[in-house]
Design a protein around this ligand. Structure first.
Ligand SMILES: *[C@@H]1O[C@H](CO)[C@@H](O)[C@H](O)[C@H]1NC(C)=O
Ligand SMILES: *[C@@H]1O[C@H](CO)[C@@H](O)[C@H](O)[C@H]1NC(C)=O
Length: 345
């Protein structure tokens, strides 16, 4: 007779706590949002962040370029329409189709993680959160320090190429600052986020303008290190339409780890994109670049900037939905499986 009463009291207490938590937390992201929310079919609690981490570890062991792919994906997703996985939707004229777009590889990988999570606890984890968790884990695999991620984002239902207004590789620093400020990201956030260019490559087309006839001068960009200039001119001959690519971080030992070597390289004139080189020269940013190159807190500060990027215009609470598949919105009539509060019932 005693047990059921205790159990009922406990259940009531728990549900009060959950209701309280749910109401307190709607409206903001949380660290560990999925703690205790993913129960597998045998009734065991599963750690969502662990599932993502294992997938990323396995992927990274065969493909280190996943780091740059995911960093770009999170950046593009968050900068366009907020971090709502709108980048993943396969719709006519969706964000995916707008240049500059991402490699197809990254999209498939997020879908693969999503499938594994749906097979474990369906309808709980958003694609928007998977992008952010997987990006963090890829950065960590590249040997940058771990940073925590906030979760609780919901997926958007709109994706349009027309919304894609990303800073171009040649954007002047003051305009880049304005673009970041419009997303409530500060100049220093921008300086750290560009540190994402310590991994990945750029194709000739993105910097060809600097190599032969920079701004109609008939000469190369004078800010480019002359050794680098020769290398890039060989890689990307004039009027060749070459699709070769160069490492964004020119330190050959560090071009696949997210670290401060990017800042050291741009101070040597070894920036590949115009925006990278200008970051080291513009009066708004050069002191920060010098400080980062000379100190040892890059990975902590990079993580802090990624958390801020991950909070840009997010959908939370009852906004958006939890997609069943990352490439498609849930059907309007079917059971969406998208109500996160179901799991408390
Ligand atoms: C990416 O953009 C290019 C150039 O506009 C386009 O040809 C290509 O189809 C796009 N890729 C995807 C996956 O939409
Ligand atoms: C050009 O880059 C090389 C390393 O790639 C560096 O040793 C040299 O100092 C750089 N030159 C200038 C002027 O910074």
């Amino acid at each position: 007779m005693e047990m059921p009463r205790v159990a009922a009291a406990l259940a009531l207490a728990l549900s009060l706590i959950f209701v309280n938590m749910a109401s307190q937390c709607s409206g903001q992201l949380q660290f560990g949002f999925y703690n205790g929310k993913c129960k597998d079919r045998n009734g065991f609690q599963r750690n969502v962040e662990d599932i993502v981490k294992q997938k990323v570890k396995a992927r990274f062991s065969t493909d280190t370029t996943i780091v740059a792919a995911l960093l770009r994906m999170q950046f593009h997703d968050c900068f366009v329409n907020g971090c709502d996985a709108s980048i993943l939707l396969d719709v006519p004229n969706g964000e995916k189709t707008a240049p500059p777009n991402l490699s197809v590889r990254g999209y498939d990988f997020i879908e693969e993680i999503k499938t594994e999570i749906e097979n474990t606890c369906p309808g709980v984890v958003s694609c928007a959160d998977i992008i952010v968790m997987a990006t963090r884990d890829a950065v960590v695999e590249s040997r940058t320090g771990w940073y925590p991620v906030q979760t609780g984002r919901r997926d958007g239902r709109v994706s349009s190429a027309q919304n894609v207004k990303l800073p171009s590789p040649s954007i002047p620093i003051p305009q880049a600052i304005a673009a970041f400020n419009s997303k409530r990201l500060s100049t220093i956030d921008m300086v750290y986020l560009l540190g994402g260019h310590s991994v990945g490559v750029a194709h000739c087309g993105l910097f060809q303008n600097r190599l032969y006839d920079f701004k109609n001068t008939g000469h190369p960009d004078p800010t480019m290190n002359t050794t680098l200039l020769k290398t890039l001119q060989t890689l990307c001959p004039q009027n060749s339409g070459s699709t070769n690519s160069a490492n964004l971080d020119q330190d050959p030992l560090k071009s696949s780890s997210v670290d401060k070597s990017y800042y050291e390289q741009i101070r040597l004139g070894n920036g590949i994109l115009e925006v990278d080189q200008q970051l080291a020269l513009d009066s708004n940013t050069r002191f920060s670049v010098a400080r980062i190159a000379e100190s040892n807190d890059f990975s902590f500060q990079f993580g802090r900037a990624m958390i801020k990027l991950g909070a840009v215009d997010v959908k939370i609470g009852k906004d958006g939905e939890i997609r069943k598949r990352c490439a498609a919105v849930n059907s309007p009539n079917g059971n969406s499986g998208g109500n996160i509060f179901n799991i408390f019932g």
